[in-house]
Design a protein around this ligand. Structure first.
Ligand code: CMX
Length: 433
């Protein structure tokens, strides 16, 4: 059986040639026009970059290498104790474009165990930070601290030839992904628990071991992690965390520097941080209504109060999606299966009934439907993780799978430095005249 790296290596030469040919012979094909509105409006819809690992359709949602989330739930190997796909399998798919079998997945689990050790200086760097430092800030600093181990940076200094860039990026990415659970788990333990490290358990899969190192031994929590770490991994190339990782990577910054930059973007409340904001907001609803029964009327009032005070409804809306996010639906299915009577799940369901109509009436949001972040928090609370400021770190561990798989391909294809043209308002005014 060929290992992950061999399968990847076998695919690179042909794909490289294909891209070279496309660029040389079809480089003049026009992909679209750019309007002044798009230039001022966050570049929405501009087709200006290439990402192979996943594609996002506004109506249908995400496809990972052509597969929807329900497809993955059937086609990717699951752990014997559960039914959800294993993120190791998703990473194999993202990187190679092929569906793995169980032996492929087990080989990745074993490989990540081998590479999972965290150097001592990383603990020291984190311990130098106040415990009140936001977990995402700690996560980003921890990833940067790991950069001392960068194979890409060391080999670049030695004069590594261009055709080998992908290999060093692959090695860094594998090491980084292997270490992220230990890093994230230590941040969790030092911020919220006794600060003691829990050693890795080599008998567990990547998700199960991550749960274990955070202090969660429940089977249902491990199953939740498998689903969570799979569905948050990739959302094509234009979202802030993916685009930032890619952009920084084009300067030949290594996987550590690129991922840390991407994580700083994920830490924004309009992106990944929305998952903690959703839970904070739901807790506010609960506080405000005390033990009273929440009805559509009381919930609508709370939603309007939030909008009228100039805030966004966290977990709703999307820059690309125009329907309910299938990542939301997958989490809803999980809740219906494992926790149908959970009180907070009922609040989330009630919100689903009232928010879209209100956002439509409010008349601003282009998409009134829930996104991935509207649901994740209540699943975590139900499984014993209440510290919602930590939730975006879980998102980040998962997002690393997608953006690092893309970074390996970026180096394989040899994408150049990204450097779009910016304009001044003076220029636009002249154009208008
Ligand atoms: N609540 C209230 N207003 C909203 C809204 C929401 N959930 N979603 C969009 N709007 C508003 C925007 O703030 C914007 O207002 P202004 O014209 O005053 O600036 C207007 O509607 C138009 O925005 P849009 O085109 O619909 O949305 P954008 O592409 O600009 O932004 C997003 C997308 C996700 C940032 C936005 O929907 C939002 O702020 N949602 C809440 C935060 C959130 O859930 N983020 C997580 C997204 C998923 C992820 O990345 O993890």
């Amino acid at each position: 059986m060929a290992g992950l790296k061999e399968v990847l290596a076998s695919k690179i030469p042909d794909f490289r040639d294909e891209v070279k040919d496309i660029r040389k012979n079809h480089g003049d094909i026009v992909l679209g026009q750019v309007t002044v509105g798009q230039a001022y409006g966050g570049m929405r819809g501009i087709k200006g970059m290439i990402t192979e690992t996943s594609a996002l359709d506004p109506e249908e949602g995400i496809r990972f290498r052509g597969f929807t989330i329900p497809d993955l739930q059937v086609k990717l190997p699951n752990h014997p104790e559960g039914e959800e796909p294993m993120p190791e399998g998703l990473f194999y798919l993202l990187l190679t474009g092929d569906l793995p079998n169980k032996a492929d997945v087990d080989a990745i689990t074993a490989e990540w165990h081998k590479r999972g050790h965290l150097p001592e200086h990383v603990f020291a760097v984190l311990d130098a930070l106040p415990k009140t430092t936001h977990p995402m800030t700690q996560f980003s600093i921890g990833i940067n601290a790991l950069q001392t181990d960068s194979i890409f940076a060391a080999k670049y200094r030695e004069g590594m030839p261009k055709q080998d860039y992908w290999d060093a990026t692959y090695e860094d990415s594998m090491n980084l992904i292997a270490k992220l659970p230990a890093l994230a788990a230590y941040i969790y333990r030092r911020t919220y628990k006794d600060g003691k490290r829990i050693d890795a358990d080599p008998t567990l899969d990547w998700s199960g071991n991550f749960a274990h190192m955070m202090g969660f031994e429940d089977k249902k929590f491990r199953e939740l992690m498998r689903l969570y770490l799979t569905i948050h991994s990739d959302h094509e190339g234009g979202n802030v965390s993916a685009h930032t990782t890619h952009l920084v990577g084009t300067a030949l910054s290594d996987a550590y520097l690129s991922l840390a930059a991407g994580m700083n973007g994920l830490a924004g409340p309009l992106h990944g941080l929305a998952n903690q904001e959703v839970l904070r907001w739901i807790m506010d609803v609960k506080k405000q209504f005390g033990d009273g029964v929440l009805t559509k009327e009381t919930m609508s009032k709370f939603v309007w109060d939030t909008l009228n005070s100039g805030q966004v409804i966290p977990g709703y809306g999307h820059a690309v999606l125009r329907k309910t996010d299938p990542r939301y639906s997958a989490q809803r299915e999980f809740a219906l299966k494992h926790m149908p009577d959970d009180e907070l799940f009922k609040v989330v369901s009630l919100l689903y009934e009232v928010v879209p109509a209100i956002l439509n009436e409010h008349g601003k949001a282009a998409n009134p439907w829930p996104n991935v972040d509207a649901h994740s928090g209540v699943l975590l609370v139900n499984n014993g993780m209440h510290e919602y400021d930590f939730y975006t770190v879980l998102f980040g561990v998962s997002r690393a799978l997608g953006v690092l798989a893309s970074l390996v391909w970026d180096r394989a294809i040899g994408f150049p430095l990204e450097r779009p043209k910016s304009l001044t308002t003076e220029f636009i005014k002249t154009l208008i005249k």
